[in-house]
Design a protein around this ligand. Structure first.
Ligand code: HBI
Ligand code: FE
Length: 292
């Protein structure tokens, strides 16, 4: 695929999705892989203070709601004091699981994104939300990316899953399975739940970086909670501006890794013949696991 085309197409779709609003980041200095310098010295004391407020709120919420692997990773990153220096965090991460962090201006084209993941590089946005966006933000900022996504990259099994997901993404681009794969990303990496001996816990970055959803996803009786089935997930639509209407539950990260190891070509072919499912679907015979 011509990456230039995918770039223009990417910005067109993002503009459309965000109702014409341009992307916030400064893409002028990005290289061919959309990588920029973080310019850590340019963050203001007010921005570091906002980071600390965001961090303190989430760090109080996640115990008993996030899986242990996330909590362990978060502590290891030690990022409470202010906006992290991505080069330093990347060196720590590389020692643990061979992943690196790359600084990006914001959302990048799928081809770029998947290529980074397939090479164990996680793109982290360099800008921080404004105080007015304390509770909700449309595009991922550095707090969502770092606090939500980076801690689990320190877990070896999850780290392997994400690289495998990146490789599957590159294949999906060729096979026309991108939307299916984006739904898998949404319902696992962004909004996934996991069973533990202590009960249900969250591992999805979109949940763990959110002030309200981290309680809602576990204890509200409104959403459905369904055992992960990759094909079912790939058919299920999602909404980007409300709490999820359905969460998918895994047994452990090994299951996530194993379920996404196969070649998805036959699944994509089958899905082309099946209708997508609204986010609030419960199919006949499916068990809503409820509040556990
Ligand atoms: N770019 N920086 C960044 N971060 C993302 O999470 C991201 C992206 N580009 C595309 C994308 N996510 C989604 O299309 C995923 O479903 C692939
Ligand atoms: Fe994210």
């Amino acid at each position: 695929m011509d990456s230039k085309l995918s770039t223009d197409a990417f910005f067109a779709t993002v503009a459309e999705k965000s109702h014409g609003a341009a992307l916030r980041g400064d893409y002028a200095k990005a290289d061919a892989d959309y990588v920029v310098e973080q310019e850590w010295q340019a963050y203001t004391p007010e921005q570091h203070a906002l980071w600390r407020r965001l961090y303190e709120r989430q760090a109080k919420l996640v115990p008993g709601r996030a899986c242990d692997e996330f909590i362990e990773g978060l502590h290891h990153l030690d990022a409470a004091a202010g906006i992290p220096d991505l080069k330093r965090a990347s060196a720590l991460l590389f020692k643990a699981t061979g992943w690196q962090l790359v600084a990006v201006p914001g959302l990048v084209p799928e081809l770029t994104f998947f290529t980074h993941l397939a090479n164990r590089r996680f793109p982290v946005t360099v800008w921080l939300r404004t105080p007015e966006e304390f509770d909700y933000i449309v595009e991922p900022d550095i707090f969502h990316d770092f606090f939500g996504h980076v801690p689990l990259l320190l877990n070896p099994v999850f780290a392997d899953y994400l690289q495998q997901y990146g490789k599957a993404g590159l294949k999906a681009l060729e096979l026309g399975g991108l939307e299916n794969l984006a739904r898998l990303y949404w319902y696992t990496i962004e909004f996934g739940l996991i069973r533990t001996p202590q009960g249900l816990r969250a591992y999805g970055a979109g949940i763990l970086s959110s002030g309200g959803e981290v309680e809602y996803c576990l204890h509200s009786s409104v959403p459905r909670r369904i055992a992960l089935d990759v094909e079912r997930v790939m058919r299920t639509l999602y909404k980007i501006d409300t709490y999820q209407e359905t969460y998918f539950v895994i047994q452990d990260f090994q299951q996530l890794f194993e379920h996404t190891a196969p070649d998805f070509t036959p699944i994509y072919a089958r899905l082309k013949t099946l209708p997508t499912l609204p986010a609030d679907t419960l199919l006949p015979g499916e068990q809503n696991l409820g509040v556990m």
